[in-house]
Design a binder for this molecule. Structure first.
Ligand SMILES: Cc1ncc(COP(=O)(O)O)c(C=O)c1O
Length: 362
């Protein structure tokens, strides 16, 4: 069987696959309402939040757009903190809807510097919101969101967080870290297929929403809230993905959030140690290396795309490539969701055989 080790979509457990084979139900009926309420309650626990949580039928990017358009107005100044492809995307969404985006970018492979964020906020008093990626999937870096948040909240700014590849895998206590909107996606650490973005919305975000003038119809948080009160979503939801999330969340609750976070930490360490043992180097600065995705630099003659082809064809191991300017420069191992240290050892063993065939000279 193919070993899918890209940073999402991630493999689904058998129980989740079985849940998805169920017949459709009425999305305006009691059965769906009970399921939606249970999913929402479990999500709140795993997000460590008392804030509202909504399921949006979309991929993660739709959730990022929802965060922007529900909280901001054209012309609002927004600080876009970016450490890679997805940070840039978050800023582009805000720009597309007319925000006055101030980019604050950091070298790819490094984390955002809280002092630089403080300086940017000192320099521009009019900034209304700050966009931050918790875990930058394109470079395998996790930002120090706790510290970034405390800086951002010194200035009382709205904090919108792309936590698509971290929530449910890496610790992110949404309330303790004062995240106003956090966004994640079902196909990442949640062990479910693509189809749902999940967002949390704080009181401060609701206040911002009350005055937000960016156009929104499908993504309207007010509508999402009023329908959730009736156990529904405003629009036809991805029912099959809700079946999947219902089951995967029950599994996650059983494993327990601290155990899940600890497992991802062990798996991340196994990936990093394994990569180094092969003579390869991590693309990310190890101090901020992610526990859900490991980006590996191609050096010493290695062609990473040839490597991925060999791994897929000869070992049934599927890894991610580099995105944008990192295409041909790195490869990425996804280790989020249903993954153990043994799964990563299989990847490392396959790499050991495939690396010389892909040009790597130790
Ligand atoms: C950090 C991050 N942000 C945004 C996205 C985009 O999510 P989607 O492809 O589900 O729209 C991804 C997906 O890889 C991601 O990892």
């Amino acid at each position: 069987m193919e070993k899918l080790r890209i940073p999402g979509p991630t493999p689904c457990p058998d129980e989740v696959l079985q849940a998805m084979s169920k017949q459709m139900i009425n999305h305006r009926g009691a059965e769906f309402g009970q399921m939606l309420n249970r999913v929402t309650e479990n999500l709140k626990q795993l997000l460590q939040t008392k804030n509202d949580v909504f399921l949006l039928t979309s991929s993660g990017t739709g959730g990022l757009e929802a965060a922007v358009v529900n909280c901001l107005s054209p012309g609002d100044k927004v600080l876009s903190v970016s450490i890679g492809v997805f940070g840039d995307r978050f800023g582009s969404i805000a720009e597309q809807f007319g925000a006055d985006v101030i980019p604050l970018t950091f070298e790819w492979g490094t984390a955002a510097d809280p002092d630089a964020v403080r300086k940017a906020l000192q320099d521009e008093a009019e900034i209304k919101a700050v966009l931050v990626t918790h875990n930058e999937t394109s470079t395998g870096v996790t930002n120090d969101l706790a510290t970034l948040s405390s800086v951002i909240k010194e200035f009382d700014k709205l904090l919108l967080v792309d936590a698509i590849s971290s929530l449910g895998s890496i610790n992110l206590p949404v309330d303790e870290w004062h995240c106003d909107v956090t966004v994640t996606g079902s196909q990442k650490g949640w062990m479910a297929p693509p189809g749902l973005a999940m967002v949390s919305v704080s009181q401060e975000a609701w206040q911002a929403h009350a005055g937000a003038k960016m156009p929104h119809f499908y993504w309207d948080f007010t509508r999402a809230r009023s329908y959730l009160e009736r156990g529904q979503t405003p629009w036809t939801p991805a029912i099959t993905t809700v079946f999947a999330m219902y089951t995967s969340l029950e599994m996650m609750m059983k494993e327990g959030l601290p155990n899940i976070i600890a497992r991802h930490a062990r798996v991340g360490k196994t990936a990093r140690e394994g990569i180094k043992s092969l003579g390869l180097s991590l693309f990310a600065n190890e101090a901020c290396a992610s526990n859900t995705v490991t980006a590996v630099s191609a050096s010493d003659g290695l062609d990473p795309n040839k490597l991925r082809k060999i791994l897929r064809e000869e070992h049934e191991v599927v890894l991610g490539g580099g995105q944008q300017k990192l295409d041909g420069k790195i490869f990425r191992i996804g280790h989020l969701g249903m993954v153990t240290e043994e799964d990563i050892e299989v990847v490392i063993s396959a790499l050991k055989v495939a690396l010389p065939k892909a040009g790597f000279r130790t």
